[in-house]
Design a protein around this ligand. Structure first.
Ligand code: SF4
Length: 290
């Protein structure tokens, strides 16, 4: 397959065919993120994108899922996305689901009818980086989106029948704002009612602007135990009526958590309490990765 630069995908798309529909991230400004700092955003030539599915067909006999990269491929017009979905349907008829990274503003920009059209033509899941429920923290990390817009975007996906998978980052408020981050993130998840919540733990690479703040002592990272206390507070503040799969089992996390909310809330809290009692369960810093 033809890839430009580093390619990222959500953990649950590990076995999907990844095709870059766009290159880089249109926003590319979040202070904690270094994923696309080496790329200038552009929409990839659509003919090249379509050709990639022919190349994949020649190479693979069975492709169950497709993931459209890079950072926010939903930025494409519906006309382009429909051409891509049509191509997937005709070239890879066995494909069960197409996934995409979606910036909240791109979701909001689309009409309910456009989102429904994408759903009916194979777009099954959209992954949205929410990062924090706190308006102040979102502003500080230059996310460029408000909590209210996060809710609106998620509800639009839910209404269109596109599964919503949202990601938050433990430790993003640092030592100064950990409680606000936990409480507001839990509350925001309750309002958004996503199908999946993924909780990563903050790791900052040199290329990310936040790295300098850490070096200068302006931003203090949480200790592993503090991350777990924050996670427990976040979970306590999630109150959902419909089922949501909660996962905090990414390589960056200190312990692995997975359960269905609201059913498994108490079990998840007990697992965290157990790890705080027996800190040998906490992953060594050397084994964490992004
Ligand atoms: S976190 Fe997402 S929106 Fe922000 S710069 Fe990184 S890829 Fe772009």
């Amino acid at each position: 397959m033809r890839y430009e630069g580093n390619v990222f995908r959500p953990p649950s798309e590990a076995y999907s065919l990844i095709v870059q529909a766009t290159i880089g991230c249109a926003h590319n400004d979040c202070t904690f993120c270094s994923m696309y700092k080496d790329k200038k955003f552009r929409v990839r030539n659509i003919e090249e994108v379509l050709e990639d599915f022919d190349l994949a067909r020649k190479r693979y006999r069975y492709i169950e899922k497709v993931f459209l990269a890079d950072g926010d491929a939903l930025v494409l017009s519906n006309e382009s996305l429909m051409r891509i979905l049509d191509k997937i349907r005709t070239t890879l008829p066995e494909c069960q689901r197409v996934g995409i990274y979606a910036a909240p503003h791109d979701i909001i920009r689309k009409t309910p009818q456009e989102l429904k059209e994408l759903r009916e033509n194979g777009l099954g899941i959209a992954y949205m980086g929410v990062e924090s429920g706190s308006a102040e923290i979102l502003k500080a990390v230059k996310k460029g989106v408000t909590p209210e817009e996060m809710v609106e975007a998620c509800h639009k996906l839910n209404d269109a029948g596109i599964q919503s998978s949202v990601t938050f980052i433990s430790g993003l408020g640092g030592k100064d704002h950990w409680r606000e981050h936990a409480v507001e993130s839990g509350k925001l998840i309750s309002k958004m009612e996503p199908d999946y919540v993924g909780l990563l733990t903050l790791m900052v690479e040199r290329e990310a602007p936040l790295y300098n703040d850490i070096v200068k002592g302006k931003f203090e990272l949480l200790s592993p135990e503090e991350v777990l206390i924050e996670t427990a507070e976040l979970i306590k503040n999630i109150n959902l009526k419909k089922k949501c799969v909660f996962r905090s089992n990414h390589a960056s996390n200190y312990i692995s958590l997975r359960g269905d909310l609201p059913k498994d809330k108490e079990r998840l809290l007990r697992t965290i309490a157990g790890a705080l009692m027996n800190t040998r369960q906490i992953k060594d810093e050397r084994f964490r990765m992004l």
